[in-house]
Design a binder for this molecule. Structure first.
Ligand SMILES: NC(=O)c1ccc[n+]([C@@H]2O[C@H](COP(=O)([O-])OP(=O)(O)OC[C@H]3O[C@@H](n4cnc5c(N)ncnc54)[C@H](OP(=O)(O)O)[C@@H]3O)[C@@H](O)[C@H]2O)c1
Length: 318
């Protein structure tokens, strides 16, 4: 769906997924200062609230509905975006989820892996060849992919447990993972996005691929499925998030993300933390053979979904 609110010709457009909550919401509002914001989300009502907020503040925005876990929906959204005919300055893959219980997507894949990695990859692949030279493609990643990250391990994560993209799509991970429900799926899926940035930076040198680790944002909705104890702790930290090292607020993370997304420097294959400092990923993801393998395996899975076809659930019951 394209509601097509005002999008003046000549103005640069910025695509953002997951603009209806948390970090993405704040980022969408900040992005409006840089041009038309193309809001991509799964809930039309929530999208129109964000669109209205932007337009009431003098900005320009338009909404496209897509469920990132549904590859057909994602590809259709990409073609709707291209159909708008706007000059795209950058694409921000921000949408993500960390559910405690896994469900299956219309294609029978683990929903966390599909929402956080396969969908954003399909979305990016569908847009890349139409983006102008030097456009930026940014993925929101997470240090939970790194088994040596102290803050992540203290919160119960054990790093990415990647076996193969196919295993991840079945919800299967390396043994020795987290006891926290959903943590292995989340960390592994987020590693896929960092692998994508590192690999695509070399595969497509005319564009710039960047990753941002926004820091732990207790103020977003991401932690809604955490165990009760961690949820209580997270809530208690919210008022102090701006002052505790390693913690962040969606507003502050948004400022960094917008800087990275709109930065015209040639930096590519770079990973930034929530304050804009460069950081490095896990030892495994820094091994280019591993990143290339992860990306190739994910693309092989995506290739099993025909390029056109019915979209579930709106068009056709399964
Ligand atoms: N919060 C943190 O501490 C933290 C740390 C590191 C990385 N991150 C990453 O930062 C990004 C933003 O997360 P957040 O903390 O702002 O969480 P959030 O408040 O829960 O926002 C997540 C956004 O993603 C959207 N989304 C979820 N599943 C989707 C799907 N299947 N299709 C389309 N959109 C979907 C949500 O849409 P609805 O409004 O419709 O639910 C929402 O707009 C995520 O990629 C997350 O992994 C967060």
């Amino acid at each position: 769906m394209a509601e097509n609110s005002v999008a003046p010709s000549g103005e640069t457009a910025w695509v953002i997924t997951g603009p209806t909550s948390g970090i993405g919401y704040r980022t969408a509002l900040e992005l409006a200062a840089h041009g038309t914001v193309i809001l991509v989300g799964r809930n039309a009502d929530k999208l129109s609230v964000v669109e209205k907020t932007i337009t009431e503040n003098g900005g320009h925005a338009t909404s496209i509905v897509a469920d990132m876990s549904d590859i057909v929906s994602v590809r259709r959204a990409a073609s709707e975006i291209l159909g708008l005919g706007l000059r795209i300055g950058g694409v921000l893959n921000n949408a993500g989820a960390m559910p405690a219980t896994s469900t299956l997507t219309p294609h029978g894949w683990d929903s966390t892996f599909a929402t956080n990695h396969l969908g954003p990859l399909a979305f990016t692949d569908a847009l890349v060849s139409s983006l102008p030279d030097r456009a930026n493609v940014v993925f929101i990643c997470s240090s939970t992919e790194d088994p040596t990250d102290k803050a992540a391990t203290r919160s119960g994560f054990r790093g990415s447990r990647y076996i193969s993209a196919e295993a991840s799509s079945r919800g299967e991970y390396e043994p020795g993972g987290s006891t926290q429900a959903g943590a292995d799926a989340y960390a592994t899926s987020k590693q896929g996005n960092l692998a994508t940035v590192l690999s695509m930076a070399r595969q497509v040198p005319r564009l710039r691929f960047r990753a941002v680790e926004p820091g732990f944002n207790p103020g977003s909705s991401l932690s809604r499925d955490l165990p009760l104890g961690l949820r209580i702790m997270t809530k208690a930290l919210m008022p102090f998030a701006a002052f505790i090292p390693g913690l962040n607020t969606p507003r502050r993370a948004a400022r960094t993300i917008v800087r990275v997304l709109t930065d015209q420097s040639p930096a590519t294959g770079v990973y930034y933390d929530g304050t804009g400092r460069t950081m490095s990923g896990s030892e495994r993801v820094r091994d280019l053979r591993f990143s290339d393998r992860y990306l190739a395996e994910s693309r092989a899975l995506l290739a099993t979904i025909p390029q056109t076809g019915p979209t579930w659930p709106q068009d056709e019951p399964i």
